[in-house]
Design a protein around this ligand. Sequence first.
Ligand code: PHE
Length: 501
Amino acid sequence: APATPDLEAQVLAALQSTPKFDTYAQAKALNVDHQALVGAVKSLWADGYVTMDQKSCSWLNATKEGCDISKNGSPEYKVYAAVSAAGSLPVADLEKSVGKASAKVGLGAAMREKWLKKGGDGSLSVAKEGVADATRKMLEPFVGLSEPPATPPVLQANDEKQLLRRKLLKKETLKQFEVAKGANYSLERKRKQGDLSVDMLRDGSWKTADFKAYNYNAVGAPVGGGYFQPLLKVRAEFRKILMGMGFEEMPTSKWVESSFWNFDALFQPQSHPARDAHDTFFVKEPASTLKWPADYYERVKNMHVSGGSGSIGHRCPFDEGEARKQILRTHTTAVSARMLYQLANREGGFRPAKYFSIDRVFRNETMDSTHLCEFHQVEGLVADYDLNLGNLKCIIRTFFAEIGITQLRFKPAFNPYTEPSMEVFGYHPDLKKWTEIGNSGIFRPEMLAPMGLPPNVRVIAWGLSLERPTMIKYRIDNIRDLFGHKAELAKTEAAPICVFP
Ligand code: PHE
């Protein structure tokens, strides 16, 4: 109970007339709750108005069974009285006259005390005349002592032990305090000031005010910590897995990309439907890109128009304006293209590389419970000499095994920039069903040759969304609960850490 100023005043007043008091008796005298009084005393103690010493006291009180005996007599005496009244009583009849419970404990005790004896025929008779019910007598003064008695009844040590053992008495304890005047005692409590206020500065009361000391040991109010969005947790895990497999992370900070790197460099025909406003967000300002490697642009254009490296190309006109259009990248494969171009043109020539990225991509899609117009793509690629489909399947198997998906199926598919291409299906142990988990393929020579990669360098690659595994991991059905303005912050905050598999 919180200390009320009124109670504090009463405590201070009481110490004027008496040098010390015990809280329990004082609470009784003041007719207030003991704990409330202790609260007031503690508050005064904190400012040195009073001293307080813990003074626990304990005493004995009759248990429910003890009370019953004091009222109706002990089992041993009941047995004794029954036998004594009957003169001789067959053991078998004892229960009938004193009850089952009393017969059981009482007979044993009465025999032990040698109050009764048993004849050869099994009948009981009195062995000691004039026995009194000592147990009952001893218990009487202990009945109803729920509070510490002023003068506690006394018992011989042996009897006390007996009655405690028989659970006829129990020990009660009371935690209370002895209170006396403290170093700062005064009849009136002056509240210490917690803060210096404008008013105190104005009226000058700060000069005489008594300020609370700083408590440097106080534990500060807890500040809310930051937390990671579930997508970021899964991203961190994927990143750890891919780095563990020896992949380097690609720089994916450019969300605005030119159509050139997003589509043309990937040998995606300029007439491809994915390149119109239904699927792609175009940037108005600046609407077109300024720079790209001029010679590389020419080689890409030639590949589209007339082919090369064994290909006949798309054999359709190539428009520079189309290639310059600025867009929000529709896939991180645009970044893969930039990285492969750099790899082909680095000082010292091509070196084998393993790259990955996990970042945001944008598509002008109709939104529903599984689609938003922006999402995250996980992408990985390996560029090395003479890689084949077996290498790609192995990499995919290794990656998915790390997140707990070991049963995989590959299905032929089409991507403008890979040949062959495979969709990846996995048996999901949480969903207990086959589900599409990714897309993959070997980049086309039409894409790699213009970059200047050596002809026998193959690039195997795969991609998946970050949202899908996150939704499965966190049991989220609607993508809008995971990402965007409708996602509940409290749920995001409470999401557990992510561990695979
Ligand atoms: N870029 C593809 C997509 O948007 C994924 C992919 C990456 C496919 C690499 C094949 C190779 O779905």
